[in-house]
Design a protein around this ligand. Structure first.
Ligand code: ADP
Ligand code: ADP
Length: 229
């Protein structure tokens, strides 16, 4: 089974003011294998974030079919949402929650029973055990990013999506993120990440899809793809 199956996916953002409507996705077909570390590569404006935001349920598609872990987004919205966790690009966090509070809140939103919550394990994974009860305002950029990764994991999703996880990130944090990605993947989690760095995709990903102008230009194993360059 594929972790993700996308057929004929289109997204047109509505016209705003004197701006014309924008076709961000023009019929995307994509299969993402279960258990892979999968890279979505493409230049700025290609449609990567739109695609990810549709997977996350944050943006409504205009047309097409999206299945997450076999669950159709339209006919099984609850199960498809429960199957995926997304680490967003923006560092937005509620300023009133500590890391522990933010993870508990997120677990609550996903309906994870108190007894099933892995808050301490997640705090340890993201290196924030010492800061568990600190004010969100006191967290550095790197800590915020790690907390956003933790929030994406509270419901133990089958699929983890990271949107440009290393944009503007120092080498230490990047290494920590990659170590966590590899660890989660080794435990069976399917990982999808967007990047515009080819070297990064090359280093991390088993398989890559290149997106341009809202369509998949090529999809192949990293090895085959690099052989073609
Ligand atoms: P990427 O993540 O690959 O940089 P995006 O998905 O962010 O690409 O953007 C794809 C296209 O859709 C771009 O032309 C972008 O300007 C446009 N776009 C993205 N979000 C919106 C929005 N909310 N409203 C209108 N146009 C948008
Ligand atoms: P910055 O202030 O640059 O945003 P970070 O918040 O990313 O810094 O990191 C602060 C410190 O925590 C760094 O020294 C980093 O090495 C360390 N750190 C990062 N990830 C982990 C982890 N998983 N476990 C323990 N320590 C970590």
């Amino acid at each position: 089974m594929n972790a993700i199956e996308i057929r004929g996916l289109r997204k047109t953002y509505a016209a705003q003011g004197n701006q014309a409507p924008k076709d961000a996705l023009n019929g995307v077909d994509l299969d993402i294998p279960q258990g892979s570390i999968f890279g979505l590569l493409g230049p700025n404006g290609a449609g990567k974030s739109t695609l990810i935001n549709i997977l996350a349920g944050l943006v409504l598609k205009t047309q097409g079919q999206v299945k997450i872990w076999g669950f159709d987004q339209d006919s099984n919205p609850r199960q498809s949402r429960a199957s995926i966790g997304v680490m967003p690009q923006e560092l937005h966090l509620d300023p009133f929650f500590s890391p522990r509070g933010a993870l508990e809140m997120q677990a609550g939103l996903y309906g994870v029973a108190r007894g099933d919550r892995q808050t301490d394990t997640i705090l340890q994974l993201i290196g924030l055990s010492d800061k568990a009860d600190a004010h969100a305002r006191s967290l550095s950029g790197g800590m915020r990013r790690r907390l956003l990764l933790g929030k994406a994991l509270v419901h133990n999703p089958h699929v983890l999506v990271l949107d440009e996880p290393t944009a503007g990130v120092d080498i230490e944090l990047r290494n920590m993120l990659w170590a966590n990605v590899r660890k989660l993947n080794a435990q069976g989690m399917t990982i999808i990440l967007t990047t515009h760095y080819l070297e990064e995709a090359q280093e991390m990903c088993d398989e890559i899809a290149i997106i341009n102008h809202g369509a998949v230009v090529v999809q192949d194993t990293t090895q085959n793809l690099l052989g073609r360059l």
